[in-house]
Design a protein around this ligand. Structure first.
Ligand SMILES: [Zn+2]
Length: 379
């Protein structure tokens, strides 16, 4: 039987926690890892209503997009709604797993589900994440000692590139030095100019491994004072990132595309808000699940005809349009992220249908958009 641990490992394989922003709070929030899971429920938000639904559905695990708890929690007493939710979950033996900005950045992730729902294909990240920061080590070592230094640096984590390890470049040359009084040189003698056949050894390493790789280099190097450089490499945009930009199969008017948005997303009473010429043509579409105002300018710069996101403010959109920016469609935050629940549910169903574990996957029916009513002006 599948356990909470099994499902967490599967889901966090799709949405690696290390992709989450540093301020975020993702992962298992409530639950015993070894507990069995037969029913999973997906939801954008953990609210008293969605927890009641999970209890009624007999769920053992809720997978939510938005964190219930952020840092700084000092009490889960049932004196506020979050504390009551924690108590209800524990009393009903329901685990809670959160995949938030890690699900935003992953591929496929939240914005892929949104793009798929709107018929936007061949997408790429609107704003690619840069990969983890890298250093380049350049070490000068006597030729006969180069293999040992390479091996030691490799053991410390240098030289890993994709699915390859022990990656290095070696070029031979001549090093020279003169030991001064007090030195105890490995080669040569005090006061004498020495020339040594040396290898220039180059290896990349994650910047966070700098001190451990440096120690390994120093330990393996025969010289009292090894010569080496550490160069911080430029950031390279990776395949992951926030938002997506892609193409519609057929060009449409902004009005027709807005109808697709209103139909395909659970926009409810909030509807969609449109900024731009309804008769204008859209083909290249940018999307970002959740609050995407920071990518307004990026969407225009990447050639989008329209940008679909949520939580847009007056000034941000006014200034975007005044700057000649693309058309904008604003939907409820919930509506922009709900497709991820369905997409993740389908992935879970596919993952479990081939195995021996029987797991039922549900998507919460409850709309957690706090805006529940909408009125137009009567005049
Ligand atoms: Zn969100």
């Amino acid at each position: 039987m599948a356990t909470v641990n099994d499902v967490c490992a599967l889901v966090e394989g799709w949405f690696p926690p290390q992709l989450a922003e540093s301020w975020d709070a993702v992962g298992l929030v409530v639950g015993r890892p070894q507990n069995p899971v037969t029913t999973i429920m997906l939801t954008v938000d953990v609210t008293p209503d969605t927890v009641a639904e999970a209890i009624a559905e007999g769920a053992d695990l809720i997978i939510a997009h938005h964190p219930l708890l952020f840092g700084g929690v000092t009490s889960v007493a049932a004196t506020d709604f979050k504390g009551r939710i924690i108590h209800d979950l524990i009393a009903a033996d329901i685990a809670l797993l959160v995949a938030h900005t890690n699900a935003d950045c992953a591929k496929p992730g939240v914005s892929d589900a949104l793009a798929d729902a709107l018929g936007v294909f061949e997408t790429e990240p609107l704003e690619p994440c840069v990969g983890e920061a890298l250093d380049k080590f350049v070490v000068f070592v006597p030729q006969s000692d180069a293999p040992a230094v390479l091996e030691a640096m490799s053991q410390a984590g240098a030289g890993r590139v994709g699915n390859y390890d022990r990656c290095a470049f070696e070029s031979d040359g001549r090093g020279t030095f003169r030991p001064q009084s007090g030195a105890s040189p490995h080669i040569g003698s005090v006061g004498e100019i020495e020339q040594v056949a040396e290898t220039r050894l180059e290896m990349v390493a994650l910047r966070r491994l700098r001190s451990v790789v440096t120690s390994a280099l120093r330990d393996a190097h025969p010289y009292e004072e090894p010569a080496f450089d550490i160069v911080e490499l430029a950031d390279i945009p990776g395949p992951l990132g926030l938002g997506r930009i892609g193409e519609l199969d057929q060009p449409a008017t902004l009005e027709a595309f807005a109808r697709v948005v209103a139909t395909e997303l659970p926009v409810g009473q909030s509807g969609v808000r449109i900024a731009g010429d309804l008769a204008g043509t859209v083909r290249r579409v940018a999307v970002c699940g959740g609050s995407g105002d920071s990518l307004l300018a990026v969407a225009s710069a990447r050639g989008a005809d329209v940008y679909v996101t949520s939580d847009l403010k007056h000034h941000a959109v006014s200034e975007h349009l005044a700057n000649g920016g693309c058309a904008v469609i604003d939907v409820a935050h919930f509506a922009s992220e709900f497709p991820w629940c369905r997409a993740t549910a389908h992935r879970l169903e596919r993952a479990f249908e081939s195995g021996s574990d029987t797991v039922c996957v549900k998507v919460s029916e409850i709309v957690t958009d706090p805006w529940s009513q909408h009125m137009r002006s009567q005049s």
